[in-house]
Ligand binder design. Structure first.
Ligand code: ASP
Length: 433
C-alpha cells in the first residue's frame, strides 16, 4: 500500500464527505437527498464497514497469538502488559482531568437549565428503563462478573459474539501454549504466520480499493443526518469536548511520543493518518484495528508489540471517550445547578476510567456508559438525552483519539523493550509476526 497516496486520497474523501454531507443536511427533507443518503451513502458506507469488520476477529486473534509467540517469553510479556496498562490508565485519568478542567473553566452548561425540561430527557428515561431490564447491559455488570467474563467458556462463541476481551484471553493462552510446546507445534505456528500474511494482503487490498469511497460515503451519511440545529444550542459543550480532544491528541500524545517514544510527533501523526481517518469515518476502534496495526508496523513499531498492545488498547483504552464523559458530567451538573465537590470530581475521574475501560470499541457505547458516571455522583442519567443528538459527530472525533492513544502506547513500549527483545532468541519464523 502506498501509504502516502492513500492517506491523501482518504483525506480528500473525508473533506468531500463533510462538504457534501453538510449540503445534504440543509436539504435533508427533499426526496432526492433522502434517496441518495439511504441507497448510496448508506449502502456504500455499510459495505465498507462490513468489509473491515469481517477481518476484525481473525486479525485480532491471529495477531495476538503471533504477538505472544513473537515476544517468546511469558515473563517478558507480563512486563509489556504491565507497561501498557500503566500507560493506558494514566493517560485516561489525564484525559478526563483535562476534560473536567476545561468544562469547569468555560462552564458550557451555565444558563441552560431549560434543557432539562426538553422532550429528549423523557425519551432517554425510557431508554434507560429498557436498558436496565436487559440483563447484559455493559453498564450494569458488577466487578466480579466482569472479572469472570474475561475467561471464555466457549472461545468459538466469544468469536461469533465478537467479545474482544475473551478473544484476547484465548489468544494469549494459545500463544503461550505454542511457546511452551516449541518445535512440536511448528505446523500450527506456520499456519498462523501464513494466515497473517493472507489477512494483511486482504486489508491492504480493501484499503486501497474501498477506503476513499467508503470514507466519503460514511462521512457524507453521518453529516446528512447530523443534528446541526442541536449544535447551535449545545455549541459550548461541543466545542469544549473538541478542545479537550485536541489538547490530549496534540499535547499529551505528541509529547509522550517525543519524550518516551523518541519519535517525531509530526511523523507519527502523518504515518497514522490512514487509521485516524478510518476511525473518524467508522466511529469504531475495533473496526479500525486492522488498519491501525498496519500503520504502526510501518512506523517501525515491533510487530509482536503492536499485535499485542493495539487490540488490547482498542478494547480497554478510550481516552477520547473518557474526555467526553468528563465534560458531559460537568455540563449536566451545571445545567442541573449542582456544584460537584472535590471528592465528587475525584469520583468522576475514577468511575470514568472504569467506564471507558468497559466501553466497547463500537459506535455510541461511550454515551451509554456515561450513565454509570452520572449515577455515581447522583446526577440524572436521563439528561444524556440532551447530548444524544450531537454525539455522532463527537463519537467520530473521540474514536480517532482513542486509537491514537493505543498506537502511541505501542510505539513507546516498543522503544523501551527494544533491547530486551533483541537480546532474547527470536524463533526465526516469527520475525515478521
Ligand atoms: N466509538 C468509540 C470507539 O469505538 C467508543 C465510544 O466512545 O462510543 O472507540
Amino acid at each position: 500500500m502506498k501509504t502516502k497516496n492513500l492517506s491523501i486520497k482518504i483525506v480528500i474523501a473525508l473533506v468531500l464527505g463533510i462538504t457534501v454531507g453538510s449540503i445534504c443536511n440543509i436539504y435533508a427533507q427533499s426526496n432526492i437527498v433522502g434517496w441518495t443518503d439511504q441507497y448510496i451513502f448508506n449502502v456504500i458506507g455499510q459495505i465498507f464497514l462490513n468489509l473491515i469488520f469481517m477481518l476484525v476477529v481473525p486479525v485480532v486473534f491471529v495477531s495476538i497469538v503471533l504477538g505472544v509467540v513473537g515476544v517468546g517469553d511469558p515473563k517478558l510479556l507480563g512486563g509489556i502488559g504491565l507497561k501498557a496498562l500503566t500507560f493506558f490508565l494514566s493517560t485516561t485519568a489525564l484525559a478526563i482531568t483535562i476534560g473536567i478542567a476545561l468544562a469547569l473553566l468555560f462552564k458550557p452548561g451555565a444558563g441552560h437549565s431549560d434543557l432539562l425540561k426538553s422532550e429528549d430527557v423523557n425519551k432517554y428515561e425510557q431508554t434507560l428503563k429498557e436498558q436496565n431490564s436487559a440483563e447484559d447491559s455493559a453498564a450494569n455488570q458488577t466487578f466480579d462478573q466482569t472479572l469472570i467474563n474475561l475467561f471464555p467458556k466457549n472461545p468459538i462463541q466469544a468469536m461469533t459474539e465478537g467479545n474482544m476481551l475473551q478473544i484476547i484471553t484465548f489468544a494469549i493462552f494459545i500463544g503461550v501454549g505454542l511457546i511452551m510446546v516449541g518445535s512440536k507445534a511448528e505446523v500450527v505456528n506456520r499456519f498462523f504466520l501464513q494466515t497473517n500474511e493472507v489477512l494483511m494482503y486482504i486489508i491492504t487490498m480493501i484499503m486501497n480499493v474501498f477506503a476513499p469511497i467508503g470514507t466519503f460515503a460514511l462521512v457524507a451519511h453521518a453529516f446528512t443526518g447530523a443534528g446541526f440545529g442541536a449544535i447551535k444550542q449545545l455549541g459550548m459543550y461541543f466545542f469544549i469536548v473538541l478542545l479537550a480532544l485536541a489538547v490530549h491528541f496534540f499535547v499529551v500524545y505528541g509529547s509522550a511520543v517525543k519524550l518516551l517514544g523518541k519519535y517525531s510527533p509530526m511523523n507519527f501523526f502523518k504515518a497514522f493518518m490512514p487509521a485516524i481517518t478510518v476511525g473518524f469515518s467508522t466511529s469504531s476502534s475495533t473496526a479500525t484495528l486492522p488498519v491501525s496495526m498496519n500503520c504502526t508496523k510501518k512506523m517501525g513499531v515491533r510487530p509482536e508489540i503492536a499485535s499485542f498492545i493495539q487490540p488490547l488498547g482498542a478494547t480497554i483504552n478510550m481516552d477520547g471517550t473518557a474526555i467526553m464523559q468528563g465534560v458531559a458530567t460537568i455540563f449536566i451538573a451545571q445545567i442541573s445547578g449542582v456544584d460537584l465537590s472535590l471528592g465528587q470530581l475525584i469520583t468522576v475521574v475514577v468511575i470514568a476510567v472504569v467506564a471507558s475501560i468497559g466501553t466497547a470499541g463500537v459506535p455510541g457505547v461511550g454515551l451509554i456508559m456515561l450513565a454509570m458516571v452520572l449515577n455515581a455522583v447522583g446526577l440524572n442519567a436521563a439528561a444524556i438525552g440532551i447530548i444524544l443528538g450531537i454525539d455522532r459527530l463527537l463519537d467520530m472525533t473521540r474514536t480517532s483519539v482513542n486509537i491514537t492513544g493505543d498506537a502511541a502506547c505501542a510505539l513507546i513500549v516498543s522503544e523501551s523493550e527494544q533491547r530486551k527483545l533483541n537480546k532474547r532468541a527470536l524463533p526465526k519464523q516469527n520475525a515478521n509476526a
